[in-house]
Ligand binder design. Structure first.
Ligand code: NDP
Length: 432
């Protein structure tokens, strides 16, 4: 802890994971001590920090810091997103990279853990400025990445536009047309279903969790928060599987539609025009829009937080439990506070943590890597079927791990243990 004292987010993530691994660590104490397994897994293989210099539209030179942390490649090339946001620093990238090791392991696909980014703020920048920054960023990053080495993707502030500019620069410098980034456009190596993957994957996992516990998604009422990429495709798949989604939100307010959300209307507002959900009542006059309160006050069977971190706290959890919620599935990263998670678990609510439940995005990115290596593009149905298999598989891995360690039904513990076991086995097999 002393060594990483200036990285509070990283320390918090390590603490949370290690606490839930207590049982597995105790069961292998001598062996793990001898091989210094925990000491080795919390230390990144490599951390690169570099200068990114570019010129803005006024002709003024700008300097940012770039990062790439290659955490663990025991089971495959490093894989994890790039985040462009002013809050980015070593501790944040390290925390995300550490978590990524276990999420990627759970997918069952050969991908290791990494993360990167920059303190560059894309908000308010012109297209040319974003391009100039991306080119400068890749001019340094290309030295450390490669289709079989480290394959970054998008994250906050890095979408299709940025991936395109970064890919173009990698290709210009190296003259290689290879799958060095995922989340690419469909015309240059991107995969079908990547857009839908996180939301669809969430529902595939929640569906399997309910089934395993003798329940059924069909006929259930759901609250979804957010109205971005994850929320929209979670709502779409929930509806296809026979559930009814009655809420969605954005950072200004939330909608309640008793008859079930009209997703075409939401897509028109959000995907088409980047508008506000407030407009929803123009499409559905019987729906309610509110700027106070939260989606979690609706009476629902299933809660699917798909917006942002710490958006569901203890008070929300109490409301949901009082209204009879049966299951929670995290579409976003860390949307539920620790106190809220514990409250759900204490009250017998099934809880699928984001590390497992939102792994469909990175899993489909790994499928994009496979298609790039094969120089093939699989059909929508093919990728979707693989995604469904992967998510069902993840649920069984976490359920099984929770049962093997006497924590039946605690899928937080199950996810950490199942992700960890595979990585440690590979690390030990490969020696020191
Ligand atoms: P988007 O930016 O597409 O959407 C985020 C949504 O959340 C927007 O509707 C936004 O509203 C809303 N939102 C943001 N802050 C708040 C708030 N404080 N209260 C209510 N709503 C809010 O992001 P994604 O859908 O891609 O990502 C959502 C979450 O899922 C993030 O935690 C992300 O890390 C995680 N995730 C995403 C993956 C992916 O494949 N996209 C993969 C794995 C995890 P507004 O429109 O007003 O900004």
């Amino acid at each position: 802890a002393k060594k990483n004292a200036s990285e509070p987010e990283f320390l918090q993530a390590v603490k949370e994971v290690l606490e839930s691994l207590r049982m597995v660590v105790e069961a292998h104490e001598d062996e793990y001590r001898r091989d210094a397994v925990l000491e080795r897994i919390v230390e990144p293989d490599r951390q690169v920090k570099f200068k990114v210099q570019w010129v803005d539209d006024k002709g003024q030179a700008q300097v940012n810091t770039g990062y790439r942390i290659q955490f663990n490649n025991s089971i495959g090339p490093y894989k994890g997103g790039l985040r462009f946001h002013p809050s980015v620093n070593t501790g944040i990238i390290k925390f995300l990279g550490f978590e990524q090791i276990f999420k990627n392991s759970l997918t069952g696909l050969p991908i290791g853990g990494g993360k990167g980014g920059s303190d560059f703020d894309p908000k308010g920048k012109s297209d040319r400025e974003v391009m100039a920054f991306c080119k400068a960023f890749m001019t340094e990053l290309y030295k450390y990445v490669g289709a079989d080495v480290d394959v970054p993707a998008g994250d906050i502030g890095v979408g299709a536009r940025e991936i395109g500019y970064l890919y173009g620069q990698y290709k210009r410098i190296t003259n290689l047309y290879e799958g060095v980034l995922t989340g690419k456009g469909l015309t240059y190596g991107g995969s079908l279903v990547r857009t839908q993957a996180t939301g669809y994957g969430l529902l595939y996992l929640v569906d399997e969790m309910l089934r395993y516990n003798g329940m059924d998604l069909k006929g259930k009422t759901c609250a979804v928060s957010g109205s971005g990429n994850v929320a929209i495709y979670a709502t779409e798949k929930a509806t296809q599987l026979g559930a009814k989604v009655v809420t969605m939100s954005d950072s200004t307010g939330w909608i309640y539609d008793e008859e079930g959300i009209d997703l075409d209307a939401v897509k028109q507002i959000k995907e088409g025009r980047r508008g506000r959900l407030k407009e929803y009542t123009q499409y559905r006059p019987n729906a309610k829009y509110s700027e106070s309160g939260r989606v979690w006050q609706a009476k629902v069977d299933i809660a699917l937080p798909c917006a942002t971190q710490n958006e569901l706290d203890l008070e929300d959890a109490k409301m949901l439990v009082a209204n009879g919620v049966q299951a929670v599935g995290e579409g976003a990263n860390m949307p539920t506070t620790i106190e809220a998670t514990e409250y759900f678990q204490k009250n017998g609510v099934l809880f699928a943590p984001g590390k497992a439940a939102n792994a469909g995005g990175v899993a489909t990115s790994a499928l994009e890597m496979s298609q790039n290596s094969e120089r093939l593009s699989w059909s929508f149905e093919e990728v979707d079927a693989k995604l469904k298999d992967i998510m069902t598989g993840i649920f069984h891995k976490i359920a099984d791990a929770s049962e093997r360690y006497n924590a039946k039904g605690n899928y937080v513990i199950g996810a950490n243990i199942a992700g960890f076991e595979k990585v440690v086995e590979a690390m030990q097999a490969q020696g020191i």
